[in-house]
Design a protein around this ligand. Sequence first.
Ligand SMILES: NC(=[NH2+])NCCC[C@H](N)C(=O)O
Ligand SMILES: [Mn+2]
Ligand SMILES: [Mn+2]
Length: 368
Amino acid sequence: MFASTIRTSLASSRKVTCSATGVGGRCLSGGAGYGNVRDQVLPTEQETERELFQHCNYPRTANVISAPMTYGQPYVGTDCGPRWLKEAGLRSMLSNLGWRVKEAPALDFDDFSVHKPPKVNNSAKNSHIVGEGTLKLAKLVEETIVAGEFPLILGGDHSIGLGSLAAVLKARPDVGIIWVDAHADLNTPNSSPSGNMHGMPIGLLMDGVLTPDEMPPGCEWVNDYPRISPDSIVYVGLRDVDSEERKLIRKLNIKAFTMTDIDRYGIGRVMEMSLGHLLQDNPDRPLHLSYDIDAVDPVFAPATGTTVRGGLTFREAHYVAESVAASGNLASAEIVELNPNLSDGSGATETVDLGLQIVTSLMGKSII
Ligand SMILES: NC(=[NH2+])NCCC[C@H](N)C(=O)O
Ligand SMILES: [Mn+2]
Ligand SMILES: [Mn+2]
């Protein structure tokens, strides 16, 4: 109650401009729905108040970036994700939450300059196209951040993470990353069992994993961008990890909350530990959330290319987004791997609806 009073009066009485990073929903909605969660993350009342002041940067502008990439995996249809999310009402949802909404023209990933048939490279398939496309995305995300806007990126397969992560790492060197996924996407061309680049964005960017000459052809630009430090990323929802990925997670001591951890501790505690890990040294740290819809159980999200049973429940899927939003630190986000082609009509609609609801939660919607 106390916190929500502050929030409402702040939002109505001041237009605070600051370089802070919080999701506008906390200022705009005035809802008290996140109070409990934030108290878990930020232990003292003084801290909560201070944080409210720092992060209140109403009004906020979201730049919706459509990244209809399919070349990081084998199925056509992941390019429909952005369009379906938009047709399901993304824009009005964002404005109802109080966001000013901008929309960048959808990136064109078929307009690649590599006209000759890409050299067959089974260890990193379509790497020229993925490399060229993700560079376009990286530039747009960087521009968005420099313009003081919130990049809301709609995939597309998860290879787009290469572009979005490279950009946030460059524009916000202190960024913390939350990777919500059934998979670790930590493969390299050498370790990948499939050669699909949607399984590699973290592997290509993680500090100490690849030498510059091992970067797949077409992705050399990544060598000019910063690397992810292993302690700056947290996984949530893992349940299908390849053997080399497992070795790396252990060797680099990457914080990873698997479905087993969610069974054991509950999603509340897992998110508290995830945010605690990333925010422990800097409560104002900007966060990037990468949400692969296949983190959710296929019962609720069947329309995606690499389903794995035993995933997040409907509410857990929301809670992840709600708790990250409630931290006030979310500065950029992406949702990926929706493929409406890969399910019957109702499965596709359910998946897209859930995707939209997850985005709604992470952009600041509280239940009351
Ligand atoms: N973003 C995804 N859905 N990734 C799935 C990756 C599956 C597997 N680990 C691979 O590298 O091929
Ligand atoms: Mn996945
Ligand atoms: Mn993924």
